[in-house]
Design a protein around this ligand. Structure first.
Ligand SMILES: [Fe+2]
Length: 257
């Protein structure tokens, strides 16, 4: 079975569409999405609707929880709470105000993990680690940390996103794979990232796809994106998103106006 793994779309529908076009040619048996669908991109609703309409199995990422935290009266089906800081709230609300109640419902009902048993192998799909969606496993982690993260996972493969940097390595008997990000990279390679696992050959391929960043910036300008569209374009092009605290973003974004 050949399975495509996509993650961290972050409201960048131009990049998502480019990856899905390529995946269509890859003739996969299944595609799984590892969350972070909507926040920090100009097209949050479009990305949620695309994943939903294609029936792609999907789990929630940390920024999906960020968005849900500013929706009044919502009772998520999971128990992980997030409390945004005051300066972050208007950015989250910019996104949720452009999403339908059906988009929000979809996010709120996403599970923490997804599992498949294929060709005698257990595949686990999570956003961050098997334990939570806010932290990550890295190849440079200590053996103790890798032991703790993998021992109770009950999986031969663990697929992750969250850090926007793809990798693959083996720890003991577990293959650890990060699919990278579609919406924006953090490894200085601007191209959208996804991976394909072939369970019959026990192999995995990390793929990068070029897409038109100018179209993403155009989309940001059309909707008066809360993050400065010019800054957004530079971040996409450089393949790195310089973290700026929300309290200090006013000079970059002129938002809220
Ligand atoms: Fe992300």
């Amino acid at each position: 079975m050949r399975i495509g793994v996509i993650s961290d779309i972050h409201g960048n529908s131009i990049a998502l569409d480019a990856v899905l076009r390529r995946i269509g040619k890859d003739k996969l048996d299944e595609v799984v999405c590892l969350g972070d669908l909507a926040f920090k991109g100009p097209s949050p609703s479009e990305c949620v609707r695309t994943i939903k309409s294609l029936g792609i199995p999907c789990i929630f990422g940390n920024t999906d929880l960020y968005l849900l935290s500013v929706v009044d009266g919502l009772k998520p089906t999971h128990s992980i709470a997030y409390k945004p800081n005051v300066a972050e709230i208007p950015y989250l609300q910019w996104h949720t105000s452009r999403m339908s109640s059906s988009d929000i419902d979809f996010l709120s009902q996403l599970p923490f993990e997804y599992r498949l048993e294929v060709d005698g192998q257990q595949l686990l799909f999570v956003h961050g680690t098997p334990q939570d969606c806010f932290s990550a496993i890295q190849p440079t982690d200590s053996l103790e940390r890798l032991d703790n993260a993998t021992q109770k996972a009950d999986a031969d493969w663990i697929f992750m996103g969250h850090i926007h940097r793809p990798f693959v390595f083996k720890h003991l008997y577990v293959m650890l794979v990060n699919a990278g990000a579609i919406g924006f990279s953090l490894d200085r390679d601007w191209r959208a990232s996804y991976c394909i696992v072939d369970t019959s050959t026990k192999s995995v391929c990390l793929n990068r796809i070029e897409y038109d960043i100018a179209d993403s910036v155009r989309a940001a300008k059309e909707v008066d994106f809360c993050f400065s569209p010019d800054w957004y374009g530079e971040a996409l092009q450089s393949g790195f998103w310089e973290p700026v605290p929300y309290e200090k973003r006013k000079s970059v974004d002129n938002f809220p106006k």
